[in-house]
Design a protein around this ligand. Sequence first.
Ligand code: HEC
Ligand code: CU
Length: 350
Amino acid sequence: MSLNLGPGKLFRTASAWLCIGMTEAAFAQAGAAPGSASIFSPASTPADSIYHLSLFVLAICGAIFLAVFSLLVYSVVKFRRRAGDDGREPPQIYGSNQMELAWTVIPVLIVVVLFLASARVIHAVEDARFPAGTTEVTVVGHQFWWEFQYPQQGFIAANELHVPVSDPQHPTPTHLTLLSADTDHSFWVPRLAGKTDLIPNRTNNMWIDPHETGVYVGQCAQYCGTQHAKMLLRVIVQSRADFERWVVEQRQPAQPPGDSVAKGRQVFETTACVNCHTVAGTNANGKFGPDLTHLMSRETIAAGAALNNRENLRQWVQDPDSFKPGALMPAMQLDEHDLDAVTDYLVTLK
Ligand code: HEC
Ligand SMILES: [Cu+2]
């Protein structure tokens, strides 16, 4: 048997494992070019505070490790067994007040320092005040996708959270209210903030103020069922103008589709799709699955499990399990003709 592991492959395997939460690997699998998910490149105030706190804690722990490890190595080497030892026990020391005091007081001081440093960051992040113009988004965790409600603007999106960029001089943060429709989830975009859980019958909060435009990837960080690992999320940070443009588009009801897709629309509206999905401006007003009004404005479907294109949409409707085994959308058992028609209709939902 030959083990085919060149150094390049070993390195790639090791770095893939190092990817925080494997999010990057999961996105790479879906074929969508991911941004970084590294906690070491914060791009928003809460993530930045946490990053600096971690460096501080790491430095203190590193110093403790070095001190203890050097003493250990020193003792092991210095007092090792040598040829010609007489085999007697060394002198035993009992009740040294100095030693007892030293190893009680120093650790207590270290813990107090770590506690105060952490409390400061928790206070700064949790008790932040929000300037006028803060964007409000209510995030609802579902098995296994994200619902994003924009109450100020009055529309609902899914899986890809759009927010305006925030200039550190004049911050325009986004405040997130976190709810859950079923079980525990956790909202985590490593470059933007720490994790916060979404818990049924409880309201949690967090905020982000991304300093640069771009795509930030994250995922559900709390095991919530079989497809938890494919409950990915993307935050699309846009300039104020681009964000406003996106909001205007999202607020529109679905464009009335042309006659060419009338058949597909009819299939959609006369099957169970409408019980689970909303398409604004039609009789489809289900809430169990993602809002499809502007389906085609998303780059991925099924919470990042696949790229959003015609082929994947068709396959998704035919058999969601082929992307996400255990996803809560049933295979709809449409015949080939209806499947094509409904896919034609879906791709008009711009
Ligand atoms: C029992 C409820 C249910 C029915 C019926 C249903 N869906 Fe879904 N659908 C879901 C759920 C739940 C998801 C999210 C799955 C996930 O990402 O884990 C979903 C996801 C989707 C998506 C991907 C949306 C996105 O942005 O990620 C599309 C497209 C879709 N459904 C189309 C349809 C069509 C077309 C029909 C009818 C032929 C249909 N669905 C019937 C529940 C349903
Ligand atoms: Cu989850």
